[in-house]
Ligand binder design. Sequence first.
Ligand SMILES: C[S@@+](CC[C@H](N)C(=O)[O-])C[C@H]1O[C@@H](n2cnc3c(N)ncnc32)[C@H](O)[C@@H]1O
Length: 300
Amino acid sequence: MTAPRPARRPTESRRRGKGSESQDAAVLAELRPGQSIELLKELHILTREGRLNQDSRRKLKQVYHLYQFIEPLLAELAQDGHAPLLADHGAGKSYLGFILYDLFFKGQGRGRIYGIEWRADLVERSRALAQRLGFERMEFLNLAVADAAGREAGLPERIDIVTALHACDTATDDAIAFGLHKQARAMVLVPCCQAEVAAQLRGSKALQLARTPLAELWRHPIHTRELGSHLTNVMRCLHLEASGYQVTVTELVGWEHSLKNELILARWTGQRKRSAAERLAAILEEFGLTGALATRFGMA
Ligand SMILES: C[S@@+](CC[C@H](N)C(=O)[O-])C[C@H]1O[C@@H](n2cnc3c(N)ncnc32)[C@H](O)[C@@H]1O
């Protein structure tokens, strides 16, 4: 009697399909020259065998896409021997900070990245990784974004670039406040969901429905959430324009990659737009938000 044959294990290529192999090849080909493979493995973007980790692929694409916007800003800032300072808010595992350091700061030999994150375990992990890689000019601060601008946080008086990639809820607003306080030359923001405005809209729904048919825009709970999020980003842009920044809003990557996909780029020009401030005040009033949120958006 012959022993039953063990079931054949599908090969890697059969399991994942040819399409994903060619996608792997395409993304691996995209890796920047000089990019540290060790770093990508440490961040679990590459597996130990040097293959692309499908779960982290999205993150890599987002970070590379952001890099296209941030690199010219850094290059411009670094022109006259200046050492650019960048603060990344809600840094998490600091994918963005590490890749920016690897691709730009390492080669420059000057400048510094500060990662701000309130989860102590993530801060510890990033510190250990920076030490292992010899990324000496990366610092990780165990802080809430809202506290990062305070004197006790010990950050420099001026920071050139502020980034916040999917920093939760109001952390993006705190990052904007930080950028204004530190006179940032540029802010690169990819907001996460924000619940504060939606909560206010929810609270005054009945009143607003009696007042205006426009309140239909947020009568259903899902619309309250979506409109709250959209309205928040619109008001963030007006706040930045009113504070002297030129603002561009675009997509981070295709919608298939992330639902939180709005990229807000703000560059300091010094021209504070009065019309933006007026519109912001009018919008706050129209939506019944002035009392609760005028300060948040710089309208106190
Ligand atoms: C969705 S993760 C994004 C992490 C990282 N920026 C990225 O894109 O991979 C958001 C991170 O922000 C941190 N965070 C949220 N609100 C924060 C706050 N107010 N202050 C400091 N960290 C905050 C969370 O702990 C979490 O690590």
